[in-house]
Design a protein around this ligand. Structure first.
Ligand code: SF4
Length: 493
């Protein structure tokens, strides 16, 4: 998985990652080789995602314990190749990061293992299924390895099995699923040969003229978006939101790029609100529908928001890979309209299973007769259902909470209220500043759920008490603002 050879300047030289980049877009490959300074800055989130990928790669080595690692750091390409040749010659059964070079293409294989039928190759991915670009990745690997003289028996993509439920220590053979793609890798060989030739020819010429398109976002965003999309104005045809939005690329091909140049005739009813907002700063309210929503609520009123973590490697028993696990909540409440606002909250201590303490505190704080408001309540309800499965002793109480939960996002999702500053989104982060400009997340260290997830992960990785205290403060401030925002929105309706 560690294939970082993009800096080498040679028209003919390709690595596995360069090749896969070129399959998506020749311009991306060209820029990566010759204009890497144009690349977007890598966000902390992306860096952490890569770090997580390495951790999964290391864990997957446990599928074939006792192998020998050919390190990338500290060894030249030549030394890595030499070490691989020697290990194979010495009869080594399993090699991690084995290194091969053929026809100017450099690859490192996550795991190769000598089985009864010959050498098998295992390429490890953190996803829960095989993606198209994984097949290109493994197929170019097959091309290089066989070209370099290693006969390959089978090729596998190893990915996360999202049906695995942790019980006790991680069972590596159950956490990972090995998908045999040998036939596909063989069938792709003609394409690999042709594509390598196409990429080399392209790299000898000028920067290719390639327009922006769906390929820029395919699977994951290209890291030259900032450069290639800099001519797109804001708001543009790509900024329409929600079901029914037009195909921005099709409009671009017709020369329509600015949102204001789009004819309302081709828009869905939601996008018409958005366009009206941009053209005329027009707000909309269906007072009867809003009143109907308000009439469905009652006191005591509780405003609930969870923050969750989501890890590829389940941290505790009963958890699946990438399952959302609540580690924090904020709960504002009032007994009657006009009563003083109360606040309760929970945030797990570092490196503890948060679930039991969280649900015990939550069910003790919400009375059976409460109306519970959440913003996009499907998320909170799904977490509550998980908690009921993990702690059946609280299932009845949790079911009551679910039954009494109402979704504060509903009037916004249904466009019963629309402020033009929402820019087509009913997310709390857009609705709050549109309705109450004095409320903002801008001053907070943690400003959204993704950042909360990262902060929680950072808190679990440090022993520095001051850092833990700082992170806790940031998380508590953020989650508290989410429920306070709901209180303020209700006051505005
Ligand atoms: S942003 Fe799009 S057009 Fe530009 S290099 Fe990336 S994939 Fe190609």
């Amino acid at each position: 998985m560690k294939d970082n050879n993009e800096t080498k300047r040679d028209d003919a030289y390709l690595s596995k990652s360069l090749f896969v980049r070129g399959v998506r877009c020749h311009k991306s490959l060209y820029l990566q080789k010759y204009r890497p300074e144009l690349k977007d800055e890598v966000s902390e989130e992306t860096e952490k995602r890569f770090a997580g990928g390495y951790e999964i790669g290391d864990l997957a080595q446990g599928l074939f314990p006792g192998g020998v690692l050919v390190p990338y750091d500290g060894l030249s390409h030549e030394k890595q190749l030499e070490m691989t040749v020697n290990l194979i010659a010495q009869g080594c059964q399993t090699i991690y990061e084995a290194t091969f070079f053929y026809n100017g293409v450099f690859v490192k294989a996550d795991i190769i293992h000598r089985g009864d039928g010959g050498w098998d190759v295992y390429e490890v991915k953190a996803s829960t299924s095989v993606k198209d670009y994984h097949l290109d990745d493994a197929s170019v690997q097959y091309y290089v390895m066989t070209g370099a003289g290693l006969p390959i028996y089978r090729v596998f993509i190893v990915h996360i099995n999202n049906e695995y439920v942790r019980q006790g220590a991680i069972e590596v053979d159950k956490l990972f699923y090995k998908e045999d793609i040998t036939t596909i890798a063989k069938d792709k060989q003609a394409f690999i040969v042709e594509e390598i030739a196409r990429q080399r020819a392209m790299l000898k010429g000028d920067e290719p003229v390639i327009d922006i398109g769906p390929h820029c976002e395919q699977n994951y965003p290209c890291d030259f978006v900032g450069h290639c999309w800099s001519h797109i104005p804001s708001p543009s045809v790509f900024d329409f939101r929600e079901i029914g939005k037009p195909d921005g690329f099709a409009l671009c091909r017709q020369g329509i790029v600015k949102m204001e140049d789009v004819s309302p005739d081709i828009l869905g009813w939601r996008q018409k609100f958005q366009l009206d907002g941009v053209l005329h700063q027009k707000n909309h309210i269906d007072q009867d529908a809003v009143q109907e929503f308000l009439d469905s609520l009652w006191y005591p009123m509780y405003y609930l928001d969870f923050e969750t973590s989501m890890e590829a490697i389940p941290p505790y028993d009963g958890i699946r890979p990438y399952q959302q696990v609540p580690f924090q909540y904020s709960l504002h409440h009032t007994d009657q309209r006009g009563d003083e606002l109360q606040h309760d909250e929970f945030l797990a201590m570092p490196r503890t299973d948060p679930r039991k303490e969280l649900i015990e505190k939550l069910v003790s704080e919400i009375p059976d007769n409460a109306c519970i408001l959440a913003y996009v309540s499907g998320f909170e309800i799904a977490r509550l259902r998980d908690l009921a499965c993990w702690f059946p002793e609280h299932a009845d109480k949790i079911e009551k909470i679910i039954e009494n939960t109402r979704d504060l996002a509903a009037p916004f999702r249904n466009y019963h209220i629309y402020r033009w500053q929402q820019h087509g989104s009913y997310s709390l982060k857009n609705v709050l500043p549109a309705m109450l400009p004095e409320f903002s997340y801008d001053h907070l260290d943690v400003q959204n759920g993704g950042m909360a997830m990262d902060a929680y992960a950072a808190m679990n990785q440090t022993d520095d008490r001051a850092e833990i205290a700082n992170i806790r403060k940031s998380l508590l401030e953020y989650c508290k603002l989410d429920t306070l925002a709901m209180v303020k929105i209700i006051e505005c309706l």
